[in-house]
Design a protein around this ligand. Structure first.
Ligand code: CA
Length: 238
């Protein structure tokens, strides 16, 4: 599987050059022209690595790096900072905010490519978290594939995270608030009703294969994934 690299850079000519070289190496490339866009795209597509410019309009590269590190979904994504500054203090600061590596502009493309592939090699074992299973549902965390009774299930990114959250803690009942914090992250404001919408989608996707409903709705409390619904008599979960 090809790795996706997100370029966060406002200098168009550099973006073009980076894209050209990355695609030549077989990477899938996605671009963000400023920090805000970078955070949005990172959330949506979950890049395998980020090339992050230091000086960006609106939100600085440093702040983008901090925010990526704060969210559970992007906490481990390898980040290389691209910086025009050479002062040692800046470099150290760059590493303290959670960047994995940095490279000073102007840089040589072969060097950047070498560092990137080294970072990705190191990151892969962390990514390959193996699989989670619950009843007849299997989640492959490395490939993001979900199957039920060997039938493939297609989930959106939020439903995937939601299911992972449940499957890591089977039987535990979570309130909407707890799910919001655990799945969406504390920094993001989402209406509690959003949880219901995604639970509905997740439930529908899981049930499409004909299996019984494993998402339990606990009135006035929240939701859980529950094995007790695995009996012959299907629990009439809503
Ligand atoms: Ca810049």
């Amino acid at each position: 599987m090809k790795s996706t690299v997100m370029i966060v850079e406002d200098e168009a000519s550099l973006v073009t050059m980076l894209r050209y070289n990355l695609e030549k190496e077989g990477y899938v490339v996605t671009e963000a022209g400023d920090g805000e866009e970078a955070l949005m795209i990172a959330d949506e597509i979950r890049p395998d690595a980020v090339l992050l410019d230091w000086m960006l309009p609106r939100i600085s590269g440093i702040e983008v790096c901090r925010q990526l590190r704060r969210k559970s979904e992007t906490r481990n994504v390898p980040i290389i900072m691209l910086t025009a500054r050479t002062e040692e203090a800046d470099k150290i600061r760059g590493l303290n905010i959670g960047a994995d590596d940095y490279i000073t502009k102007p840089f040589s493309m072969p060097e950047l490519m070498a560092r990137l592939s080294a970072l990705l090699r190191r990151a892969k074992p962390r990514e390959a978290k193996g699989a989670l299973s619950f009843a007849d549902i299997v989640m492959d965390l490395a490939t993001h594939r979900v199957s039920r009774a060997t039938k493939q299930i297609h989930l959106g990114p939020t439903e995937f995270r939601l299911l992972q959250f449940f499957m890591e803690r089977p039987g535990t009942v979570f309130s909407r608030e707890e799910l919001l914090n655990g799945v969406w992250g504390q920094d993001i404001y989402v209406e509690p009703r959003t949880v219901d919408v995604h639970i509905r989608r997740l439930r529908k996707a899981l049930n499409e294969t004909g299996g019984i409903d494993v998402i339990r709705t606990v009135r006035a409390s929240g939701y859980s994934i529950d094995a007790t619904t695995q009996s012959d008599q299907q629990d009439a979960a809503e």
